[in-house]
Design a protein around this ligand. Structure first.
Ligand SMILES: [Cu+2]
Length: 471
């Protein structure tokens, strides 16, 4: 409120000053006494402008201090680099900003109109040209070199033992994946994306399974999605006709409305079913054309990488250990952003990006740091503990990606190397969870060979059939 009052007061003062100068101008014009009046208004304007500049510069520094976040510790090595670069840029630009403004307004004041004073005119000055070319060149080169260094440290080749993880953005959640013991992420193929393989991880067994579930396999008792859809398509006209008949015979208004809704749903299904069949056929076509014996021969090794990949529900990273983030998206643009680490990268569909960073503060250490911060000492309503106790590093989506954008959060835990190893070893490879439900025939009836810390793969319930029926 006071802010607004000050603003309005300043505005009124400016309007008054403007009106006064205008009146003086008009008066001097009427008097025909140009020079002395002009000198006077020039002086007034110059002084007013100088005050404006002084207030502006003071306000600039005040607002910077006032609104700057307090006690935000940068929790990664590469974030520190970005932070330093930001501060260096800010220092340079602040110096230039203050210097330019002070000079500009001082000159307005010093060289304002005075009777008999003439401006110096020169067409060319080598000294001046040299000065204003060389100084910015040196400063900007410095900033660019600084930036390039940071760029190579963030984007350059990773250390050999770096922890790799992959983040896939999707409306409106993240899916993370770790490469497992082999340190290599299995290849992905969008044609294989399915409810039970959300990332489309490629293994020979899964390809076989996907072909079976699309095409059907009498030997395994799998009907096949395409055949199921064709069946449904042949059923629909009969169902629709029967419903129409029912509606015609029912005089009851309420029942009629209900039946009409059912009929609408069936008609919608009828409209869409050809499209579904076409898409399934295209997928089947793509898969069978790509995954030939030649392909399996040429990619034998890569096709084993996906066996021990695991998809945890939160990210874990060891402290003071380089991490590589591989970022991708499945639908629209997203952005992988960890504010505390000052790391950020666009997630672009069809264009995997990656960068490295080294966390330097564990989640527990960060909690201790935040416990000293008044903003984190408050207790939320209905809670007994202060908010710092439930602190977790947050991964956010920093690209407006649709209605659920703000819900696109993920958790990152930074811990000691030992804690990280224990966690990683306890993770169950993704395929272990669903292997027993895969419908596979031909070259291998067995589930994929799985490298795992667990002695036995946990038995998965046979969800494949219901998952597919539900699609
Ligand atoms: Cu998003």
């Amino acid at each position: 409120m006071t802010g607004w009052l000050i603003f309005i007061a300043v505005l009124l003062v400016l309007i008054v000053l403007f009106q006064v100068t205008r009146t003086l101008d008009l008066v001097s014009q009427l008097r025909g006494d140009d020079d002395s009046q002009l000198e006077q208004t020039s002086r007034m304007q110059a002084i007013a402008l100088f005050i404006f500049m002084a207030l502006g510069v003071i306000g600039f520094f005040w607002s910077f201090r006032h609104f700057a976040p307090t006690n935000v510790d940068v929790a990664s090595e590469h974030g520190e680099l970005i932070e330093n670069m930001f501060i260096a840029t800010l220092v340079v630009t602040s110096i230039v900003f203050v210097l330019c403004n002070v000079l500009l307004f001082t000159f307005v004041l010093m060289y304002r109109y005075k009777k008999g004073r003439e401006a110096v005119h020169f067409a060319h000055s080598n000294k001046l040209e040299f000065f204003w070319t060389v100084v910015p060149t040196i400063v900007l080169t410095g900033l660019v070199v600084f930036g390039l260094q940071a760029w190579t440290r963030i984007m350059g080749p990773p250390e050999e033992d770096a922890v790799i993880f992959e983040m896939t953005g999707q409306q409106f959640f993240w899916t993370s994946r770790y490469p497992g013991a082999d340190g290599k992420l299995g290849p992905r193929d969008y044609s294989l994306i399915c409810a039970e393989n959300p990332l489309g991880i490629v293994t020979r067994e899964y390809v076989e399974h996907r072909i079976n579930t699309l095409k059907g396999n009498a030997e395994l008792g799998v009907e096949g999605e395409i055949a199921a859809l064709e069946n449904r398509k042949s059923e629909l006209p009969g169902l629709i006709a029967a419903l129409e008949d029912k509606i015609a015979k029912r005089p009851n208004r309420y029942m009629k409305d209900q039946l009409q809704e059912e009929l609408d749903a069936l008609e919608d299904e009828m409209d869409e079913i050809d499209d579904h069949i076409l898409r399934r056929n295209q997928t089947l076509d793509r898969i069978t054309k790509k995954y030939t014996e030649d392909y399996y021969m040429a990619n034998a090794e890569a096709l084993t990488w996906g066996y021990d990949d695991f998809l945890p529900s939160e990210l874990h990273l060891p402290v003071n250990h380089e991490a590589i983030a591989k970022i991708t998206a499945m639908d629209v643009l997203h952005n992988f952003y960890v504010p505390h680490m000052k790391v950020k990268m666009d997630a672009v569909p069809g264009m995997p990006t990656s960068f490295k960073f080294t966390p330097t503060i564990t989640t527990e250490e960060m909690k201790q740091i935040l416990s000293q911060n008044p903003a984190w000492q408050r207790v939320r309503e209905g809670d007994t503990d202060p908010v710092w106790m439930s602190f977790k590093y947050e991964v956010a989506c920093a690209e407006l990606c649709g209605l659920g954008h703000s819900a696109m959060k993920y958790t990152m835990v930074v811990e000691s190397e030992d804690e990280y190893n224990t966690w990683a070893e306890s993770q169950i490879p993704y395929w272990n969870g669903i292997a027993s439900s895969l419908k596979i025939s031909g070259f291998s009836k067995a589930a994929p060979v799985l490298k795992t810390a667990e002695p036995e793969a946990p038995a998965a319930t046979d969800t494949t059939a219901t998952v597919i029926a539900a699609q």
